[in-house]
Ligand binder design. Structure first.
Ligand SMILES: [Fe+2]
Ligand SMILES: [Fe+2]
Length: 256
C-alpha cells in the first residue's frame, strides 16, 4: 500500500513537472527550455524519450507556436517590434526624446533599440544581448552604444547632467553596487571615442514619461529604413551571426 502511494506520488510529480515544461497545443506539444524554468527556481527539462513512451501519438512542436502572434515568412525589425516585444512605450518614448533633443538618426536609432534585450529576450545583461542582436545590421557605433549603456546607467556624469537614476535606488536598494565587470566596462567606455553616443542613450533613457503621451512606431519607420540594414531574406534567415537569436524569438518553444 505504502509502496503504491509512493509510486503514485512520484508519477503525479512527474506529470506535474511535465505539465510545467510543456503545453499541449492543437496537434503538437510545446516545450519549455531549461532557462525558462530557471525563472521559477528550477533546473529541469522534459525527457523527450520518456514522454514519447507514454504519449506515442503526440509530436513535439518544431515550428511556430500558435499561441503567439504569427510572423511573416521574411520578418522585418518592425514585425518583431509589433509581434514579439512585450512593451514598446519605453523604447518609443526614449527615441522620441532623442528626436526632440535634436540628435542625429544614429542616436535616435540607438535609443529606439537600446532595451530590445529586455523588451523581447532577457533582462540579465540586456545591453549585451541587445547589441548582439542588432550588430550585423547597424553602424558599429550604434551596437557599441547599446552594449555600453547598461554599464553607463550606473555611473553619473555631471558634465552632461546625468545622475544615478532614482529608479535604480527604488529597484535595487540604496546600497546596491554594480558587479566588478560592470565597473570595468564603464571605465573602458569612459575613455572610448564613442563614449558620448552611449552616454546619450542614458540621457534619453526615461522612465518618468507621461503614460498618456502615446508615441507611434510609425514615427521611426523611415529612420529604421535608413539605418537598419534589413536583410532581404528576413531577420533570422540571412546567415548572420545573430540570425539564430531572431529565429529563437520567432520560435521560442521549438523542441530543437
Ligand atoms: Fe537599458
Ligand atoms: Fe532603458
Amino acid at each position: 500500500m505504502n509502496e503504491h502511494v509512493h509510486t503514485a506520488t512520484i508519477s503525479e510529480r512527474a506529470d506535474e513537472i511535465e505539465e510545467q515544461m510543456m503545453h499541449e497545443l492543437a496537434e503538437r506539444v510545446a516545450t519549455k527550455s531549461v532557462l525558462f524554468g530557471m525563472a521559477d527556481g528550477k533546473i529541469e527539462m522534459l525527457n523527450g524519450a520518456a514522454f514519447k513512451k507514454d504519449n506515442p501519438d503526440k509530436y513535439f512542436l518544431m515550428s511556430a507556436d500558435p499561441r503567439l502572434p504569427q510572423m511573416p515568412a521574411k520578418p522585418t525589425l518592425i514585425d518583431f517590434f509589433r509581434n514579439r516585444f512585450a512593451s514598446l512605450n519605453h523604447l518609443l518614448q526614449s527615441a522620441n526624446l532623442a528626436l526632440k533633443n535634436g540628435h542625429n538618426e544614429k542616436i535616435v536609432l540607438a535609443c529606439l533599440l537600446h532595451d530590445i534585450g529586455v523588451a523581447s529576450f532577457i533582462r540579465c545583461d540586456h545591453g549585451y544581448w541587445g547589441a548582439q542582436m542588432i550588430e550585423p545590421y547597424v553602424d558599429e557605433e550604434v551596437s557599441w552604444a547599446v552594449r555600453m549603456h547598461q554599464a553607463l546607467r550606473f555611473f553619473p556624469d555631471p558634465s552632461v547632467g546625468y545622475e544615478y537614476p532614482e529608479l535604480y535606488i527604488k529597484f535595487f536598494g540604496a546600497d546596491y553596487k554594480p558587479e566588478p565587470y560592470i565597473v570595468a566596462e564603464y571605465e573602458r567606455a569612459r575613455n572610448h571615442k564613442w563614449y558620448m553616443t552611449a552616454r546619450l542613450i542614458t540621457l534619453n533613457d526615461i522612465y518618468s514619461f507621461d503614460p498618456d503621451a502615446k508615441v507611434e512606431l510609425d514615427l521611426f519607420v523611415d529612420i529604421i529604413g535608413r539605418n537598419f540594414k534589413q536583410p532581404k531574406e528576413g531577420l533570422g534567415f540571412d546567415h548572420s551571426p545573430a540570425a539564430h537569436m531572431w529565429r529563437t524569438l520567432m520560435w521560442p518553444t521549438r523542441f530543437l
